[in-house]
Design a binder for this molecule. Structure first.
Ligand code: MN
Ligand code: MN
Length: 266
């Protein structure tokens, strides 16, 4: 069973708020009557027993460590029931969500698709910023490999951080290795919608032109080698998505992630 879990938090965003409103928009898009419930890979997500909506973690009155504790404990409680697909929220929610998976799965690999490496040691005096989750995760020593795809915003500090943590980066300017991405063991997929070119996904806080197409992301989800055991989709900003187009992109990607989870293939 896959649990769909909403993580409505955006108080660790460095630029705009809005992603706290995203989980409900993505849920509505998944259920929208404009599309059927089959994945491209042939799984009928309309069938009983494949996934369930676990609702949102109540985060409205929480910030900082209290919010992370709430996210971590809820994700940790759902992991024994199967797979967890979290819907953010800004990318800061990935730290407690992925840490719960790293505790449950030895040798966890992370596939991180994003315009940004999110490796800042500190951003605006907030070590739990949405620009820092992968620094905190790599410092924990519980992550086997971090592979990033779509990156196009490396500065000197983040390059140094990537080198310090041994991060494997497929920068946007050279995607030649992406088709061969392969992991040994469990894989957690963290997907930031701003990895997509703003032409495909304008409903995000940080427009970063020169990004991935929706099809390129779907191709990675369908084809990487490894066992997908958990995932998140983050950084939808409904304030910049008046027609719900980007919510629909998030829903499409959520469906294909669920299909890949159902296959449970290596
Ligand atoms: Mn991010
Ligand atoms: Mn990003």
């Amino acid at each position: 069973m896959i649990s769909l879990l909403g993580l409505p938090q955006d108080n660790n965003s460095s630029y705009l708020t809005g992603p706290a409103l995203a989980p409900q928009r993505i849920r509505e898009a998944i259920r929208c009557d404009s599309a059927n419930m089959f994945t491209e890979t042939g799984h009928d997500l309309g069938a009983d027993g494949l996934w369930s909506d676990a609702g949102d973690v109540a985060l409205a009155d929480l910030a900082g460590k209290a919010a992370f504790t709430a996210i971590h404990s809820r994700v940790a409680a759902l992991i024994p029931q199967g797979r967890v697909l979290s819907l953010g929220g800004d990318h800061s929610v990935a730290y407690p969500a992925i840490f719960a998976h790293a505790q449950a799965y030895d040798g966890l690999n992370i596939l991180h698709i994003d315009a940004h490496p999110d490796l800042y040691d500190d951003m605006q005096d907030n070590p739990f910023s949405h620009a820092s989750p992968f620094a905190r995760l790599m410092e924990s020593g519980r992550v086997k490999r971090l592979v990033q795809v779509g990156i196009r915003t490396l500065n000197a500090h983040q390059r140094a951080q990537a080198s310090r943590f041994g991060v494997e980066i497929h920068e946007m300017r050279d995607l030649s290795g992406v088709a061969a991405i392969a992991f040994d063991g469990p894989v957690y997929l963290s997907f930031d919608l701003d990895a997509l070119d703003p032409a495909f996904a304008p409903g995000v806080s940080h427009f970063e032109p020169g990004g991935l197409s929706t099809r390129e992301v779907l191709s990675i989800i369908h084809n990487f080698k490894g066992t997908l055991i958990g995932a998140d989709i983050v950084e939808l900003n409904p304030h910049r998505d008046p027609y719900g187009m980007t919510a629909m992109v998030a829903a499409k990607i959520a469906k294909e992630i669920m299909g890949r989870m159902i296959e449970a293939r290596g």
